[in-house]
Write a protein that binds this ligand. Structure first.
Ligand code: PEP
Length: 258
């Protein structure tokens, strides 16, 4: 397995934070800091729906790509409060987070709906960042691999090898998200390697080698270098630390260093 086959991807997940003026100010602070990462790694800001247009305008001409934090699986229709892939593409989003544990935990997201949303994102020309991860109780019961394998199989069901290469998988242990508890670099590597081996079984080695697998869960300026140095950790999905330009930049620079 060869890490050089893949571009590292650092994506911020802003969650439900930042008004439009705040989003503009944060992106304007990040843009010059990460300009040197151009052509080396992918830098993405996944922002609330209301910030998408602002983010696309502010990042135009920079090396920051914009993503959304969720997408509905139908093209259009009577789904009050939902946003379709076509709407996201039209506003200029290129990526979308799918199946984040907060959506699974608070909004009834299941592997079935994650699969439908992933397919809808791909059909609408978006690159999905598909989140998987075990609960603390599942890790303690030694069923992490079982849980991850099930999520990968169900979330990617009926998605072709060609399409899966456009997706990013984010390994986000639920017990590490927003808690300040990080998986050790070895724990992150172990599960990211397991995800790649699962992809190799479901597809083939070349496909598994091509898919970017991120770690997410309290990644910050202090722990990022060790996590990102691991052979199967191709980047990070960053929550809290993506809201501070300097901290986000430290993580971007760590990914540039490899
Ligand atoms: C996330 O929101 O995907 C995340 C990893 O959050 P945090 O970095 O704050 O744990």
């Amino acid at each position: 397995m060869n890490k050089n086959l893949r571009k590292a991807v650092i994506a911020g997940n802003w969650k439900m934070n930042k008004t439009r003026p705040e989003a503009k100010a944060l992106l304007e602070a990040i843009i010059p800091l990460v300009a040197n990462a151009k052509d080396k790694i992918e830098v993405i800001a996944c922002v609330p729906f209301t910030n998408l247009e602002t983010a696309v305008a502010v990042t135009a001409g920079s090396n920051i790509k914009v993503g959304a934090e969720n997408v509905h699986f139908e093209k259009s229709g009577a789904y009050t409060g939902e946003i379709s892939a076509d709407m996201l593409s039209e506003v200029g989003a290129e990526y979308v987070v799918v199946g984040h544990s907060e959506r699974r935990q608070y909004f009834g997201e299941t592997d079935e709906t994650v699969n439908k949303r992933t397919k809808a994102a791909l059909a609408g020309g978006l690159k999905p960042i598909v989140c998987v991860g075990e609960l603390l109780a599942e890790r303690e019961a030694n069923i992490t691999e079982e849980v991850i394998s099930r999520q990968i199989k169900l979330d990617l069901a009926d998605i072709s090898a060609e399409d899966v290469k456009k997706a990013i998988i984010a390994y986000e242990p639920v017990w590490a998200i927003g808690t300040g508890k990080t998986a050790t670099a070895d724990q992150a590597q172990e599960v990211c390697a397991f995800i790649r081996a699962t992809l190799a079984k479901l597809y083939d080695n070349a496909t598994a080698d091509a898919v970017t697998i991120q770690y997410g869960g309290s990644m910050n300026a202090k722990n990022c270098a060790e996590l990102l140095s691991k052979p199967d950790v191709d980047g990070g999905l960053i929550g809290g630390a993506s809201l501070k330009a300097e901290d986000f930049n430290v993580i971007v620079q760590a990914a540039v260093e490899g």
